[in-house]
Design a protein. Structure first.
Length: 312
């Protein structure tokens, strides 16, 4: 029996959560859906205006990732039909490329007869993206803490925590794109020992806060000196939101991944309204158009649907 068609639904994600730079990722109930099947001729179908600018040939990221997997499995690279639809805004810091990489790897692995384990797929995705935070959250769901080993042959280790449903996230999406490459160029080559210790202490506290359901610790645990201060010039309003959101009901605030999306954690509806008013003031001051969403954590990660199944 061989599976000829597979659909994978992959959650969006946020990375870093302030102090956990390139290490911590959280999955959201906002999804990219990828359908992949063996075909006579490669066809890429992009559903929705969000994806209109992406290539529809073999230079498409989804095809490149799938071809990589077949090659790693020492199998002939097939022609593929790929359809993708997403709720995730692109290049906004919500893990759109990570979701695509994870979904394409999982779908191709199913079509190839599952030659690779979940751990191997996670390692492939982490190496492809260059960091494991977003891809880990998209693949496994929940809050993922992970680290890239020095030896590229080793599998990437990770730990997962389930996040309480009461933790809601107000995501503020400015109406401009910011590439990860551009955001990384803003970072320094070296950091002081003081800044390194500052972030280590807070990242450790961040993991402990989720492990013990201590959401009251998030305001301190999400403080950062490694990346956010250097990206404030790229994201107007970021500094004020991160510094003052707690005064308006946020449990903590941070840049989402490389940005420009900013996230504010909260619990109560009253806090949501106060935060929305505060955000509006900040964005008006900076003359930025934007949109907002309230997102909930996803604990399931990537979901596979292999129907219909054909017998060889």
């Amino acid at each position: 029996m061989s599976i000829q068609k597979v659909t994978v639904r992959v959650p969006a994600s946020t990375a870093n959560l302030g102090a956990g730079f390139d290490t911590i990722g959280l999955a959201f109930q906002l999804y990219t859906t990828i359908t992949m099947s063996i075909a006579r001729q490669t066809t890429i179908r992009l559903v929705g205006p969000e994806l209109a600018s992406l290539p529809q040939d073999k230079t498409n990221l989804l095809y490149e990732v799938a071809a990589f997997l077949f090659e790693k499995a020492s199998l002939p690279i097939p022609e593929l039909f790929i359809e993708v639809e997403t709720e995730v805004p692109l290049t906004r810091g919500l893990g759109s490329s990570a979701a695509a990489v994870v979904g394409a790897l999982i779908a191709a692995n199913v079509l190839a007869g599952k030659p690779f384990t979940d751990g191997q797929l996670f390692t492939f995705a982490s190496r492809w993206e260059g960091h494991p935070d977003n891809v880990g959250a998209s693949q496994f769901g929940g809050l993922i803490i992970s680290a890239l080993p020095d030896n590229e042959a080793e599998q990437v280790p990770y730990a997962k925590f389930s996040v309480p449903e009461r933790l809601k996230t107000l995501v503020v999406i400015p109406d401009f794109e910011l590439s990860t490459h551009q955001a990384r160029k803003a970072l320094p080559d070296q950091y002081s020992r003081e800044d390194a210790v500052y972030n280590i202490s807070r990242a450790s506290l961040l993991v402990a806060a989720f492990a013990q359901d201590r959401l009251d610790l998030l305001a301190t645990a999400m403080q950062d000196r490694l990346h956010q201060p250097y990206r404030t010039a790229l994201v107007p309003g970021l500094s004020e939101i991160v510094e003052k959101a707690q005064d308006y009901g946020a449990l903590g605030a941070a840049l989402s991944g490389a940005g420009p999306t900013i996230l504010c954690f909260f619990e109560h509806d009253q806090a949501e309204q106060r935060l929305l008013q505060f955000i509006e003031q900040v964005m008006q001051k900076n003359q930025l158009s934007y949109s907002t969403m309230v997102l909930f954590p996803d604990d399931n990660g990537a979901i596979i649907d292999t129907s219909p199944v054909y017998t060889a």
